[in-house]
Design a protein around this ligand. Structure first.
Ligand code: SIN
Length: 284
């Protein structure tokens, strides 16, 4: 008979972001108390690193629903064949121009071009390079708190338009799949500072890949302001850098973090992870 998960060990990974969880097997059912404890840990630490898992794509899909409901990926090109609800991250795909595509390079928050962007993203390591390929996270609560009062006041009421691919972005995204190509011409407006619906804390909400404009502000003022916020938010003191271990499941909160992947390993070494996102709410 399956043994329900009843407790786990938790250790903070930095003063502000990330906690490691040991002693649970995500293939086993989770009772209500455990669900509450895991969600509490997720809210407190923003990144959970659940060690020593060996999940199939179907098991990963099932396990992550402890934290919420599946958010359908905008681009359906990267579906795992045996479980299309799960997508993959791989360094083996190429962009239309033949260049190697490292998904997630450059700090961003996921799918902010959606009216209700995913609250969380989760990855499960299937194959890792011997070294490198870390995922970096920056804590946008901490970044917000450390802003000068004058800047807080300035950005407090501002809103930005988010699109699939910002014309200002250096990072180019792969073409959308045919059935989702309408997403490429849609846009949404979100505040530059959002309040986390569970913690009530304020976080800077920016995304250099997706922000097309700040509403009511010309580019001559908006682009330097966004650059300044990026430079501020990506300081080392706000960062947790995740070094992947075989079997890791990592889930993070897109509402109070930015993250980025690193393509700093030999391209001949495969880096392959399962990926999914969980439904969120309209940023406010
Ligand atoms: C992502 O941005 O979702 C990918 C992160 C990674 O591959 O480390």
């Amino acid at each position: 008979m399956d043994q329900a998960v009843t407790s786990f060990l938790i250790k903070a990974l930095s003063p502000h972001t990330g906690a490691e969880i040991r002693g649970i097997d995500l293939r086993q059912p989770v009772d209500e108390e455990m669900r509450t404890a895991l969600n509490r840990a997720f809210m407190d630490h923003a990144v959970l690193v659940i060690r020593d898992q060996k999940l199939s794509a179907h098991e990963f899909l099932e396990a992550m629903q402890v934290f919420g409901k599946l958010f359908p990926q905008h681009n359906t090109r990267f579906q795992v064949p045996e479980c299309p609800a799960i997508h993959y991250i791989s360094n083996q795909d190429k962009l239309e121009d033949g260049k190697v595509y490292i998904p997630g390079e450059g700090y961003h928050t996921d799918h902010s071009n959606d009216a209700e962007p995913p609250k969380a993203t989760a990855l499960h390591a299937v194959k890792l390079p011997k070294t490198g390929g870390d995922t970096q996270f920056v804590n946008m609560y901490e970044a917000y708190n450390a802003l000068p009062d004058q800047t807080k006041k300035k950005i407090g009421g501002l809103k930005a338009r988010h699109v699939y691919q910002s014309k200002h972005s250096e990072r180019k995204l792969p073409k959308l799949s045919e059935e989702r190509k309408n997403i490429g011409s849609e846009s949404v407006i979100h505040p530059l500072v959002r309040t986390h619906p569970k913690s009530g804390r304020k976080a800077i909400y920016i995304n250099p890949i997706r922000i097309e404009e700040i509403i009511g502000m010309g580019n001559a003022e908006a682009l330097p302001l966004l650059d300044e916020l990026m430079e501020h938010a990506t300081q080392l003191k706000f960062q947790y850098r995740h070094k992947w271990q075989s079997g890791d499941v990592v889930i993070w909160d897109n509402r109070c973090l930015m993250h980025k992947a690193n393509g700093d390993y030999p391209i001949g070494e495969v880096r392959y992870l399962y990926r999914l996102m969980l439904k969120g709410e309209r940023p406010a």
